[in-house]
Design a protein around this ligand. Sequence first.
Ligand code: SAH
Ligand code: SF4
Ligand code: F3S
Length: 491
Amino acid sequence: MEKNIELKMIDKKQVPDTEPDRQYYYMEIAKEYIRQLSELKGEPLTFHVSTFGCQMNARDSEKLVGILEQIGYVEKDTEDADFVIYNTCTVRENANNKVYGRLGYLNGFQKKNPFMMIGLCGCMMQEPVVVEKIKQSYRFVNLIFGTHNIYKFAELITTAIESSFTGNSHKKGSSMTIDIWKDTDKIVEDLPIERKYTFKSGVNIMFGCNNFCSYCIVPYVRGRERSREAKDIVREIEKLAADGVVEVMLLGQNVNSYGKNLEPQISFAQLLQEVEKIEGIERIRFMTSHPKDLSDELIDVMKHSKKICKHLHLPLQSGSSRILKIMNRRYTKEQYLELVDKIREAVPDISLTTDIIVGFPGETEEDFEETMDVVRKVGYDSAFTFIYSKRTGTPAAAMEDQVPEDVIKQRFDRLLKEVQTIAARKAEVYTGTTQKVLVETVNEQDEHLVTGRLSNNSVVHLPGNADMIGKIVDVRLNECKGFYYIGEKVS
Ligand code: SAH
Ligand code: SF4
Ligand code: F3S
């Protein structure tokens, strides 16, 4: 990208070395650069953040947006913006391919807009081969950082602006700012965050994962497990509540092991009880619960809670104890089923959802039938089904006996059909009842309708308007349409 935009480097005399002060210092500097660039362009600079992957990434993107807005960028819905960031996921191969495909398209915009910068972050950037490939083939990318140093975004963006628009910026290809850390034990609090929704929010309670399921790349790209201090979490949620949030989703790769590295130790169930006390918070969700660590204490807290939603996402991955062992999941089919019984006994109307992988190396027809058996026995309200994807560097990638594609495809289709049949049957049970619904959006297809969710996460459409967004209303569920309800507000 040829640029003829020239900024004067701002002196950085007293950079604080403590966080978050350091980042606030850089935000001021970046703000000044953005002011000057906007002046040169003759209009405010815009940004667009595209998020791939899980809730964790969605929350991280809100942190990026918080800082971008703080320094003077204005959000835009489309990717023809002055700063486009892809917050990437690498849990399955197809997530990666999507990013490469779209980078070429972004380059087209950049050629036409000398102010445009492109940034890449997230899990995919924690893989050295990916960064190498971008360095080789996508020289137009201006900024690359990873999952561990996202809190440094203000500082990184300042460096990227300086290397793109000051002094040596005319040296072609010299303007790629790269900063990737292998791991960190650092958690930085109190940086700006811009929520996507006014009334609900994700809240990180822990980062990283120590489980090393043999197929999974997450522990390698998100680092070791570390929990946030309970007081910081509670303080954040209190602030959210004061700002109009009624629903929080507590986020972690394995929330059930929350608090293990804290002094004094605190369990996830204890944390939930603290969150329950926060006035203004009406609904509490959490994601994800590893079956091996789901305690009786947690089940008891769920049973007595008035705010914890009647929904539990309990990833199965496989129903075969033999495969589960090779997956390093550390529970058996029987233990999983017992756990489900215990939960259902304590909270009878709970909705259960899951993740299942089809075609893990060595999966036989018998193994697959065990999975189908669990699906039928549990009767999930919904399930995410994935075709096994080989992730380089994970133990499973080196296993022999990778299952042929056509066999996987055939099993996948059978599983999907079973899951859908059961889910449709489960969905009907609340037809005719009146339930509490949190209204989330105006319906995209019909502006006279609003869309919301039951405590068990089912979707409901009902007549209404934008004033209802963020409110919890009583709704009679008149009709079930397979995966959603049509209802009406009752007063
Ligand atoms: N921490 C969560 C999962 C995070 S990844 C948990 O333990 O449940 C989300 C889902 O992606 C996983 O539950 C798994 O079903 C799926 N997944 C992870 N690695 C995968 C792979 N290599 N191939 C296919 N699916 C995978
Ligand atoms: Fe991956 Fe397993 Fe950790 Fe979940 S618990 S993130 S599946 S390693
Ligand atoms: Fe993907 Fe990273 Fe989440 S790999 S699933 S975005 S933790």
